[in-house]
Design a binder for this molecule. Structure first.
Ligand code: B16
Ligand code: MG
Length: 224
């Protein structure tokens, strides 16, 4: 059972939770796919949500085989397109409700961390201007096993000095919810049930969501 007094940390996924960079990832993959002659569209992009850069490329390549050198070059190209697209991110790109919740957590003495699969997480956090509201960052450089492995969230909890059972994760991706559950944490999924329905609590977004909303919904959820 969830006990609200035991919640000591909230770990936020970045892309799709605090800001919506999914469109930029889509545009960058689409550009790479077009110039490489690979089939790709928005629907295919949806299946990549939360996956690492390499795993995303592997899904796009399917059963086509390429040398490691070619794979590396494709990842570098995609990242170049993506990095160009995120240059203009500002605080205006923070998703509704995210800053209010971060501020409420700080006031309540609950730590906030980032648990993102992205190697561009620190750049995006800087551009969003939320670095001073975040106690720890676990990102694509922090661990080698990416979501749905629990490693990125376990690393975040370790940086906060907390046990997994004291942490809740906010995620927009199925792979991220799976990672949070595998880590033994409380999972809050944002988006449609088809995507994040395995989470303990499912919400459309963080818009208007208070700490009390989260703890009371988690208290009603079944453990596991
Ligand atoms: P990068 P998150 C993930 O971030 C994205 O959802 C996913 O689309 C992306 O492929 C992955 O980061 C790696 O990003 O290429 O910037 O290292 O949702 O875990 O915050
Ligand atoms: Mg995400």
């Amino acid at each position: 059972m969830f006990n609200p007094s035991e919640l000591k940390g909230v770990i936020f996924d970045l892309d799709g939770v605090l800001t919506d960079t999914a469109e930029f990832h889509y545009q960058a993959w689409q550009q790479l796919a077009d110039e490489t002659g690979l089939p790709f569209d928005r629907e295919a992009n949806e299946a990549l949500r939360g996956l690492s850069r390499r795993e995303s490329l592997m899904r796009i390549l399917g059963d086509r085989t390429f040398s490691e050198e070619a794979i590396q070059s494709m990842m570098d190209k995609k990242n170049g397109y993506y990095v160009a697209l995120i240059q203009n991110i500002t605080a205006a790109e923070l998703l509704p409700g995210s800053v209010a919740l971060l501020d409420e957590l700080r006031q309540a003495g609950i730590k906030a961390a980032i648990g993102s699969g992205s190697k561009n997480a620190r750049t995006i956090i800087d551009k969003l201007g939320i670095g001073d509201r975040i106690d720890a960052i676990s990102d694509g450089y922090s661990v080698s096993n990416s979501k749905p492995a629990p490693d990125v969230f376990l690393h975040a909890a370790g940086l906060l000095g907390l046990e997994p059972s004291q942490c809740a994760v906010v995620e927009d991706a199925g792979a991220g919810v799976e990672a949070a559950l595998a880590a033994g944490m409380w999972a809050i999924g944002l988006g449609p049930a088809e995507r994040v329905g395995a989470a303990h609590v499912v919400l459309p977004s963080l818009d208007g969501i208070t700490l009390t909303d989260l703890t009371s919904k988690l208290a009603q959820a079944q453990p596991g």
